[in-house]
Design a protein around this ligand. Sequence first.
Ligand SMILES: Cc1cc2nc3c(=O)[nH]c(=O)nc-3n(C[C@H](O)[C@H](O)[C@H](O)COP(=O)(O)OP(=O)(O)OC[C@H]3O[C@@H](n4cnc5c(N)ncnc54)[C@H](O)[C@@H]3O)c2cc1C
Length: 377
Amino acid sequence: MFSIWEQETVLAPVDVAIAGGGFAGFWTAFHLRRRYPKARIALLEKELLPMGASTRNAGFACFGSLGELVADEAELGTEGMQRLVEIRYKGLRQIEKWFEPKCIDLDWCGGYELFPPGSVSKEKLEHDLDHINSTLKDITGKRRSFRNATGRIHRFRFGGTEHMVFNRLEGALHSGKLAALLLRTLQATGVQWMPGVAVTGFVEKNDTVEIQTAAGFQLNARNLVVANNTAAASLLPGISVTPARGQVLLTSPINDLRWSGTFHADEGYYYFRNLGNRVLLGGARNKAFDAERTDERVTTSLIQDELERFLDEVVLPGKKNTYSIEHRWSGIMGMGEEKGPVVRAVRPNVFAAVALGGIGVAVAPEAGKRISKMIQL
Ligand SMILES: Cc1cc2nc3c(=O)[nH]c(=O)nc-3n(C[C@H](O)[C@H](O)[C@H](O)COP(=O)(O)OP(=O)(O)OC[C@H]3O[C@@H](n4cnc5c(N)ncnc54)[C@H](O)[C@@H]3O)c2cc1C
């Protein structure tokens, strides 16, 4: 039995309960607090120390590389691709609007994409650049978001690279600092942070959502936002989110690292950046799609060996003896049935902000804003 003090404070009914303490949940709470300064908002997170994708990613502040967007357009059509870019681009603008860049190590360093020999002709690349730039003009407000940077390849000394494209609107940030700062901001404005509380189900009764938890109590809310990434289907059976593991490695410091910035290859399936004078490299999921469709948070030799090969042959050719691999980790992305995120009302008082995909750092701020506008208190 809970005491009257508990029932009238931490367990008292709330206006909005959010299940999931990653960027989707944080940004939803952030925008709800802005719209409703006095609302009671509770953020329920399954783990004591959240280890979702939000603090296990690569920290790219990006909206998709040229090669990835060309592939997206082929799959989703022009409008589908534009919708993806729009939500990501608006999200990036929000991150820089609400937080001091230096507090989250946000650096608009610009991003590059590498194309290996024979992967795309010069003519096709020029066509793609013109086409994607004009398709994105109204979203980014720039005539040329992407430009040909093949002439700069020699500066980087990458291996196996025939063409390069530069996107000046891309940057890098520190995901851990952004998550910590968001959480501190939320707590300072009275959002109730409840770690170690897994939501196991809910029942709607009139205007109340009775939320069941694995922590031995029930919380009543006027609204529930499900923001638990790949676990969405456990609470919302109609929504399917497929797990996609992303694996990463980080090198030891490299004495004469000649470049900084963010880099993509193979339609975004490979990505690397500098972290000071270390190299963070991730991806290669396309080498084992089936095996990586899992929510097991481990690394595997298949993917890690492939990342090491890429590091040796493309990123740091001829330097293998000068560095070691200091860290390896993985995180789980949530993929929706279509490539875009699921950001919508599921029932009158139940909302979903899930399936943020592989560019969810950028998607989350705008997803949270959209959810906050759907909720009327
Ligand atoms: C290796 C890797 C690299 C990436 N790189 C980038 C990048 O460079 N740039 C970029 O934009 N994006 C990147 N992403 C994608 C991005 O990190 C994700 O899209 C984003 O963080 C998803 O946020 P989320 O809040 O939806 O999920 P999460 O961060 O996973 O948060 C969901 C939370 O819900 C909790 N939860 C689960 N079930 C319950 C429950 N029943 N009750 C309560 N809580 C629950 C979980 O514990 C978790 O903390 C990368 C992802 C990975 C894995």
